[in-house]
Design a binder for this molecule. Structure first.
Ligand code: PMP
Length: 409
């Protein structure tokens, strides 16, 4: 029967890296996968992370399993850092103190999405999950595989290179009550364009009116402003609505892959905000029951790095915040350098300057992206998303010239 198994297509994003590696052109540029590169085109380890690893080397005396949902220490760090905005959100503090936040370490952001999708499929009233159009391709795959039914709500108008907020609202309003709705916390992937705080309020009103279940995905905390504490406005709004009794519950998938550079360490979390400490107990027990037969317990190295960075005695937190700010600063520099070098006489590139995070959503057609690949060895996903950390002083002019040429034809 094995000969009846059809060949699966390569992953839309990771497949690009495979093609890139095979290309022998010395000018080739990889703008595919969302992983940070420095100005020399090389991946980095955040200096604060390297220091944390040195400390861990001296500290660790065993490699025992961590509990199914990770260590209490890790859970508490995540809760305070994100929901209490490190002691700056009284609503988040109240929710934590009342035992209304259940947090589990997960296998990074993807694992977190899969765990909550499985959980919602098992316990929630609706299978329908509304995702922005476009969204990270893996969202749809994860939710489908978990048995949920993803459906798009309008988000971005590709012809105008802008949010389409009116049709976003109407497409949400046309959906059945109690649907799950996925929202990107910041640095929407792939468009780099987020809702304004006022637009967030309007969406939150729709969520209340339609009794939608909010599921927030936060993979790029810190990449919008350079400061992770400033990028969680949406979570603060949700916390306040929960405390006021206007929303009963929401869930947050979070990852340290990008903002601590812990990609391969697979370090993230799922948090579910509940109605009471009693609910929390039951939900936590069910999360454990769900995770145990899948991977038993999460990996420990990444979460221990997080624990050391947040441990006051080592003074690494400010260093990490500085490292992150430098990464985001470079991305912003690269974004404006690309903009400067693009030919604005035949194409309006202003949308680039509004976008935030690791990507620019160029608006190029798939034909143009393919032409960039074939003629210039510039690799990007066919939706015209560029992972801009692949750009540096050495290649920005070559890239802009290639784009200018491709636009002309
Ligand atoms: N959500 C979004 C929107 C993402 O872009 C990513 C990574 N590309 C993830 C989740 C998950 O990433 P990871 O599993 O590496 O934490």
């Amino acid at each position: 029967k094995w000969n009846e198994i059809p060949l699966a297509p390569p992953d839309k994003i990771l497949g690009i890296s495979e093609a890139f590696v095979k290309d022998t052109n010395t000018k080739k540029i990889n703008l595919g996968v969302g992983a940070y590169r420095d100005n020399n085109g090389r991946p980095i380890i955040f200096p604060a992370v390297k220091e944390a690893e040195k400390i861990l080397y001296g500290l660790e005396t065993e490699k025992e399993y961590t509990p199914i949902i990770g260590s209490k220490k890790y859970q508490n760090i995540v809760k305070n850092f994100i929901f209490n905005n490190s002691n700056k959100d009284p609503n988040g503090k109240k929710l934590i103190d009342e035992g209304r936040i259940v947090t589990s370490q997960t296998i990074s952001g993807t694992g977190s999405l899969r765990v909550i999708a499985d959980f919602l499929n098992r316990f929630y009233s609706s299978k329908k999950i509304l995702v922005p159009k476009p969204t990270w391709a893996n969202h749809v795959a994860v939710f489908n595989d978990a048995g949920l039914q993803p459906e798009f709500y309008n988000y971005y108008d590709k012809s105008a290179n802008d949010l389409e907020f009116e049709s976003l609202k109407s497409s949400l309003l046309s959906q059945p009550k109690e649907s799950i709705v996925l929202l990107h916390a910041c640095c929407h992937n792939p468009t780099g364009l987020d809702l304004t705080p006022e637009q967030q309020d309007e969406v939150l009103q729709i969520i209340q009116d339609k009794s939608f279940y909010p599921l927030v995905d936060m993979a790029y905390q810190g990449f919008a402003s350079g400061d992770p504490y400033k990028d969680i406005g949406f979570i603060r709004k949700l916390n306040s609505l929960v405390v006021d009794g206007k929303i009963n519950s929401y869930a947050l998938c979070q990852s340290f892959a990008k903002n601590m550079g812990l990609y391969g360490e697979r370090t993230g979390s799922i948090s579910i905000i509940t109605e009471s400490a009693d609910h929390s107990k039951a939900i936590e027990s069910q999360l454990k029951k769900l995770i145990r037969p899948i991977y038993s317990s999460p990996p420990i190295h990444g979460s221990k790095i997080v624990e050391v960075i947040f441990d006051e005695q080592y003074q690494l937190l400010p260093k990490w915040l500085g490292d992150l700010d430098a990464v985001v600063g470079r991305l912003n520099t690269v974004r404006s350098k690309l903009y400067e070098n693009l030919d604005k006489s035949s194409y309006n590139w202003d949308h680039l300057l509004k976008q935030r995070g690791m990507f620019v959503y160029t608006g190029l057609t798939s034909e143009q992206v393919i032409k960039l690949r074939n003629d210039y060895s510039v690799y990007a996903t066919e939706d015209g998303r560029f992972s801009i950390s692949g750009i540096n002083d050495g290649n920005v002019e070559y890239l802009a010239n290639a784009i200018n040429e491709v636009i002309k034809k």
